[in-house]
Design a protein around this ligand. Structure first.
Ligand SMILES: Cc1cc2nc3c(=O)[nH]c(=O)nc-3n(C[C@H](O)[C@H](O)[C@H](O)COP(=O)(O)OP(=O)(O)OC[C@H]3O[C@@H](n4cnc5c(N)ncnc54)[C@H](O)[C@@H]3O)c2cc1C
Length: 381
């Protein structure tokens, strides 16, 4: 599809990790891009809450292998992506090549971990079985009650707040426009194609193409006919941010256990997550949420109780009915989607940006992730 000249070739709704990366990549291809977000800072939605694990191997599920392959492709793209991004922005995107440990606390969990090992080995993924003593040599802060661990050397992490700050800076440096405090009411469509977006103040911004990257809030954009909408709902996650007054070193790898994870930032800061709750758009934080997170982490990392709490927050994972993202053009010409990244939006940021920008220039998106798979599907209000 040729992209004609107008005030904006592309308007992106949403300045989260996904929307900003799409916009940065589009600007690099010479498109005139404007990103709109109703928040007063970039990356203030779910991306600000995310832990930032880049963990396609740890998160492999036998029934979601296409998603695993997409995640692996994105994880592979990360080193070059962050290299380019730090050059373009002059900022450190906070990428940490730390690896991951999956840990079992008792015999049942050890048996389950054995099955996880077999699945990953059958798929040719890099994973090593560690006896408890071997794991504790790598991470001495682990509790003596540890039963078994798997080392996943290629699952790393990034600080999503640093990532979005760098993306926003790179976008501006690359000629894209970021407009904050702009509430988008809906998509403007005339003669069956997109002509721009309508704002809450009644004004319109014309554009040849609109990319919806508004996370779980994408469902409230109006103007999109039934059958062209994407079903999306929020899954709440509470998460703790902590730091060690003694500095870095307590934990050097991401630690994942049943019910949660601890992600080191490499500088003495840690993220401890996360609950999974179906509570609509509620983002209150609760004592029960914090208790659940600390209880699970404490069993494997007892010194977590000595860390200082900096923040307890809650975010809304944007989920589609099949848990896979909806990417690229949908059924209305000029309307593109970059939503539904659920638990993997930070991981999938580089590959999503490539696919969406490819879609803007007429390239196909794999069927499993194409927004077109929802064409004609009725969406509950
Ligand atoms: C607790 C928790 C932990 C997570 N951990 C990880 C992890 O370790 N690894 C990983 O890969 N993923 C993780 N995720 C998932 C990840 O956070 C999301 O998939 C990702 O942030 C989605 O990014 P996004 O850019 O699509 O959405 P967002 O970051 O939510 O951005 C959407 C933006 O759209 C804006 N917006 C919405 N509506 C409008 C409107 N009408 N007008 C203007 N602007 C609008 C919002 O203000 C927001 O800034 C986690 C999520 C949670 C909740």
């Amino acid at each position: 599809m040729p992209i004609r000249s107008s005030s904006s070739d592309v308007v992106v709704v949403g300045a989260g990790a996904v929307g900003l990366a799409v916009a940065w990549r589009a600007a690099q291809r010479g498109l005139r891009v404007t990103v709109l977000d109703r928040a007063t800072a970039p990356g203030a939605g779910t991306s600000a809450v995310a832990a930032g694990m880049l963990a396609p191997v740890s998160e492999t599920i036998a029934t979601e292998l296409p998603l695993m392959r997409l995640g692996l492709a994105s994880a592979d793209a990360y080193p070059e992506f962050v290299h380019e991004l730090s050059d373009a922005s002059g900022l450190d995107p906070g990428y940490l090549r730390c690896g991951t440990l999956l840990a079992a606390r008792d015999a049942d969990e050890a048996e389950a971990l054995g099955r996880e090992l077999a699945l990953r080995e059958s798929l040719g993924l890099a994973v090593h079985r560690l006896r408890a003593s071997e794991a504790r040599r790598l991470e001495p802060a682990l509790a003596p009650t540890l039963r078994l661990a798997l080392e996943i050397p290629d699952d790393h992490a990034i600080d999503p707040r640093k990532l979005t700050a760098a993306l926003a800076r790179a976008l501006s440096a690359g000629g894209g426009e970021l407009r904050l405090g702009v509430d988008v009411r809906g998509v403007a469509i005339a003669h069956d194609r997109v002509i721009g977006v309508r704002l809450a103040d009644g004004s319109e911004i014309p554009a040849e193409n609109v990319v919806v990257a508004a996370g779980p809030w994408s469902s409230s954009l109006d103007g999109i006919p039934d059958g062209a909408r994407i079903p999306i709902h929020p899954i709440k996650g509470q998460i703790l941010r902590l730091h060690d007054p003694a500095g870095p070193g307590l934990l050097t790898r991401v630690l994942r256990m049943t019910g949660g994870y601890v992600v080191p930032r490499g500088d003495g800061r840690y993220v401890l997550g996360a609950t999974m709750e179906e509570r609509g758009f509620d983002t209150t934080v609760t004592a029960g949420g914090a208790f659940e997170l600390l209880r699970d982490a404490f069993e494997l990392l007892p010194s977590v109780t000595e860390l200082v709490i900096d923040e307890l927050s809650a975010g809304l994972r944007p989920a589609t009915p099949d848990n896979a993202p909806a990417i690229g053009p949908g059924s209305i010409p000029g309307l593109h989607w970059a939503i539904g990244h659920y638990r993997h939006g930070i991981l999938l940021t580089p590959v999503t940006a490539e696919l969406v920008v490819g879609g803007l220039t007429g390239e196909a998106v794999p069927d499993e992730f194409s927004a077109m798979r929802f064409a004609g599907v009725p969406v509950r209000a």
